[in-house]
Write a protein that binds this ligand. Structure first.
Ligand SMILES: [Zn+2]
Length: 143
Protein backbone atom coordinates (compact mmCIF):
# COMPACT_ATOMS: atom_id res chain seq x y z
CA UNK A 1 0.00 0.00 0.00
CA UNK A 2 1.62 3.25 -1.14
CA UNK A 3 -0.91 5.68 0.26
CA UNK A 4 -2.00 6.18 3.84
CA UNK A 5 -5.77 5.91 4.08
CA UNK A 6 -6.31 6.82 7.67
CA UNK A 7 -4.39 9.78 8.97
CA UNK A 8 -3.91 11.26 12.39
CA UNK A 9 -6.74 11.48 14.83
CA UNK A 10 -8.64 14.74 14.42
CA UNK A 11 -8.48 17.06 17.41
CA UNK A 12 -11.11 19.53 16.25
CA UNK A 13 -14.09 19.19 18.60
CA UNK A 14 -16.64 19.03 15.77
CA UNK A 15 -14.93 16.05 14.24
CA UNK A 16 -13.83 14.43 17.45
CA UNK A 17 -13.61 10.72 17.16
CA UNK A 18 -13.72 10.63 13.37
CA UNK A 19 -10.82 9.67 11.17
CA UNK A 20 -9.61 12.10 8.53
CA UNK A 21 -9.19 10.59 5.09
CA UNK A 22 -7.06 11.94 2.29
CA UNK A 23 -9.13 12.24 -0.87
CA UNK A 24 -6.21 11.90 -3.31
CA UNK A 25 -2.48 11.67 -3.60
CA UNK A 26 -0.22 14.47 -2.34
CA UNK A 27 0.22 17.24 -4.92
CA UNK A 28 3.83 18.06 -4.11
CA UNK A 29 6.40 15.77 -5.69
CA UNK A 30 9.58 17.47 -4.52
CA UNK A 31 10.72 18.80 -1.17
CA UNK A 32 10.36 22.45 -0.23
CA UNK A 33 13.27 24.76 -1.07
CA UNK A 34 15.30 25.62 2.03
CA UNK A 35 15.84 29.11 0.56
CA UNK A 36 13.44 30.79 -1.87
CA UNK A 37 14.68 31.96 -5.25
CA UNK A 38 13.98 35.54 -4.22
CA UNK A 39 16.03 35.22 -1.03
CA UNK A 40 18.77 33.38 -2.93
CA UNK A 41 19.23 36.30 -5.32
CA UNK A 42 19.14 38.79 -2.41
CA UNK A 43 21.89 36.86 -0.68
CA UNK A 44 24.00 36.78 -3.83
CA UNK A 45 23.60 40.56 -4.17
CA UNK A 46 24.48 40.93 -0.48
CA UNK A 47 27.68 38.89 -0.84
CA UNK A 48 28.73 41.02 -3.79
CA UNK A 49 27.98 44.25 -1.86
CA UNK A 50 29.94 43.09 1.21
CA UNK A 51 32.94 42.20 -0.91
CA UNK A 52 32.87 45.53 -2.77
CA UNK A 53 32.30 47.65 0.33
CA UNK A 54 35.03 45.96 2.35
CA UNK A 55 37.44 46.57 -0.52
CA UNK A 56 36.39 50.22 -0.80
CA UNK A 57 36.13 50.91 2.95
CA UNK A 58 38.70 48.64 4.60
CA UNK A 59 38.79 50.43 7.96
CA UNK A 60 36.38 50.24 10.87
CA UNK A 61 34.11 53.28 10.83
CA UNK A 62 32.71 52.78 14.34
CA UNK A 63 35.82 52.43 16.52
CA UNK A 64 36.52 56.14 17.00
CA UNK A 65 32.90 56.96 17.77
CA UNK A 66 32.74 54.17 20.36
CA UNK A 67 36.07 55.17 21.89
CA UNK A 68 34.99 58.81 22.13
CA UNK A 69 31.73 57.79 23.83
CA UNK A 70 33.63 55.65 26.34
CA UNK A 71 36.07 58.49 27.04
CA UNK A 72 33.26 61.02 27.50
CA UNK A 73 31.02 58.83 29.63
CA UNK A 74 33.32 56.47 31.46
CA UNK A 75 36.43 58.63 31.84
CA UNK A 76 39.64 58.63 29.86
CA UNK A 77 41.34 56.22 32.25
CA UNK A 78 38.61 53.64 31.77
CA UNK A 79 38.72 54.16 28.03
CA UNK A 80 42.50 53.84 27.98
CA UNK A 81 42.36 50.67 30.03
CA UNK A 82 39.62 49.29 27.83
CA UNK A 83 41.57 50.31 24.75
CA UNK A 84 44.29 47.82 25.73
CA UNK A 85 42.01 44.81 25.99
CA UNK A 86 38.98 45.72 23.95
CA UNK A 87 40.51 47.80 21.23
CA UNK A 88 39.01 48.31 17.80
CA UNK A 89 40.80 46.00 15.39
CA UNK A 90 41.00 48.79 12.83
CA UNK A 91 40.52 46.63 9.80
CA UNK A 92 36.88 46.13 8.90
CA UNK A 93 35.65 42.59 8.37
CA UNK A 94 31.88 43.07 8.62
CA UNK A 95 29.33 45.24 6.91
CA UNK A 96 26.92 46.44 9.57
CA UNK A 97 23.37 47.59 8.80
CA UNK A 98 22.28 50.49 11.04
CA UNK A 99 18.70 49.65 10.12
CA UNK A 100 18.81 45.92 10.75
CA UNK A 101 17.09 43.29 8.66
CA UNK A 102 14.85 42.53 11.60
CA UNK A 103 13.68 46.15 11.55
CA UNK A 104 12.92 46.06 7.87
CA UNK A 105 16.26 47.37 6.67
CA UNK A 106 17.60 46.52 3.24
CA UNK A 107 20.56 44.17 3.08
CA UNK A 108 21.50 45.32 -0.41
CA UNK A 109 21.34 49.12 0.04
CA UNK A 110 24.80 50.70 0.24
CA UNK A 111 23.25 53.64 2.10
CA UNK A 112 22.40 51.28 4.95
CA UNK A 113 25.94 50.08 5.56
CA UNK A 114 28.82 50.85 7.91
CA UNK A 115 32.03 48.89 7.60
CA UNK A 116 33.11 47.68 11.03
CA UNK A 117 35.56 45.34 12.69
CA UNK A 118 34.22 42.30 14.54
CA UNK A 119 34.82 43.81 17.97
CA UNK A 120 32.97 47.02 17.25
CA UNK A 121 30.19 45.06 15.56
CA UNK A 122 29.80 42.97 18.72
CA UNK A 123 29.87 46.12 20.83
CA UNK A 124 27.17 47.79 18.73
CA UNK A 125 24.77 44.89 19.19
CA UNK A 126 25.67 44.47 22.85
CA UNK A 127 24.89 48.16 23.52
CA UNK A 128 21.89 48.97 21.32
CA UNK A 129 20.79 52.08 23.25
CA UNK A 130 24.21 53.74 23.11
CA UNK A 131 24.78 52.61 19.54
CA UNK A 132 21.47 54.24 18.57
CA UNK A 133 22.60 57.53 20.17
CA UNK A 134 25.85 57.26 18.23
CA UNK A 135 23.97 56.74 14.98
CA UNK A 136 25.25 53.19 14.62
CA UNK A 137 21.76 51.70 14.91
CA UNK A 138 18.41 53.04 13.79
CA UNK A 139 14.91 52.43 15.03
CA UNK A 140 12.43 51.01 12.54
CA UNK A 141 10.38 54.21 12.79
CA UNK A 142 13.28 56.41 11.64
CA UNK A 143 13.32 54.79 8.21
ZN1 LIG B 1 36.27 48.65 15.19
Amino acid sequence: MSQIDSLSYCVDARWKGTNVKRSGPLQRKTSLRPVSKKRQSQQAARRKLVKEQLAARPYCEAGERIYKWQKDHLGSEYARERRKTDQCYGRATDIHEPLTRARGGSITDVGNTISVCRRCHDWIHAHPDIATDLGLLKHSWTK
